[in-house]
Design a protein around this ligand. Structure first.
Ligand SMILES: [Zn+2]
Length: 303
């Protein structure tokens, strides 16, 4: 039951040797999703041993270069490496023109289809679902139109309490009805309440990615109770003015969002290149939300 987040880039704006700009590779129940694709993402994939050809979805939050300038290179390499399987691309409408103009002027015809979903709503919308997972946008507040993404498992069925079921000799033929919530009607007509035979479902896991954004309580209802929240913390509080001006957040603001949304764990990232270490980010966030980590390139988080 894999739900892994690989951090390929944890920085903002300008690449540094040990901190690439933003990209994350997610494996959720063997659905492979790339969120953002800064320049250098291909090399980060090689370095951290994740496979680009497995990707089924690429989701781009916004059109600042540190979130998408590696995309055309990645698509070109997939083509050169023999990909024929289609890929789903999601992002602001202009992304389609940006990608296809670059391919056009290099006379590149990809050997696979790119199914593009334009994102332009100011409301959260469901952009992908299958049997097991669903992905929603999280409208953010940035200088340009920007979305985060919420990836969550779908509701799971009730679990049979095996010990009780064996003792009561519940017929196998009834099991699929009981896990859907039905009471068990015995052959003699007597009724056994569903709650006597079942255990609650395994809780859904969810991952909320929120970058880039200023402090925005509008996201709270969408990310409420998430298992893991990644929230940008480009600055510390001493640069609050700069954060406001550039529509970014501080570590304290990210921690406040995590606390108000009642998430289980917080990851901070998208650090400004002016900071050499992340200790002060953790120091600033911890009094407000204690289960917090600062991400580094190459980190993997399993939820
Ligand atoms: Zn940005």
């Amino acid at each position: 039951m894999i739900f892994d987040i690989h951090i390929l880039g944890s920085g903002s704006a300008v690449p540094k040797l040990h901190r690439n700009p933003t990209s994350q590779y997610i494996n959720v129940l063997e659905r492979y999703i790339l969120i953002d694709c800064a320049e250098g993402t291909q090399l980060q994939m090689q370095k951290y041993k994740v496979k680009p050809q497995r990707l089924q979805h690429i989701m781009i939050s916004h059109l600042h270069g540190d979130h998408y300038l590696g995309l055309v290179g990645l698509l070109s390499s997939m083509h050169l490496n023999g990909r024929t399987k289609p890929i789903n691309l999601y992002g602001p409408p202009a992304l389609q023109k940006i990608v296809f103009d670059q391919l056009h002027y290099s006379k590149t015809t990809l050997a696979f289809d790119v199914h593009f979903t334009p994102l332009e709503s100011k409301e959260s919308e469901l952009i992908f679902e299958d049997q097991c997972i669903e992905v929603y946008t999280i409208p953010l507040e940035h200088r340009v139109y920007c979305n985060g993404f919420l990836i969550r498992e779908k509701d799971k069925p009730l679990r049979i309490n095996k010990e009780v079921a064996m003792k009561m000799k519940v017929p196998v033929a009834w099991m699929h009805r009981i896990v859907k919530g039905e009471d068990w009607v015995k052959e003699d007509g007597s009724l056994i309440p569903n709650s006597d035979i079942t255990l609650p479902p395994v809780p859904n896991r969810s991952y909320a990615y929120c970058s880039d954004t200023r402090y925005a309580e509008s996201m709270l209802s969408i990310i409420q109770d998430a298992t893991l929240l990644y929230h940008e913390a480009t600055f510390l509080e001493d640069k609050l003015d700069r954060a406001k001006k550039t529509y970014h957040s501080t570590a304290k603001q990210a921690a406040t969002i995590a606390a108000k949304a009642n998430v289980s764990q917080l990851l901070l990232g998208h650090f400004s290149a002016r900071y050499d270490t992340t200790e002060d980010f953790i120091k600033e966030a911890t009094p407000i939300f204690s289960n917090v980590k600062a991400v580094e390139d190459g980190d993997k988080y399993s939820i």
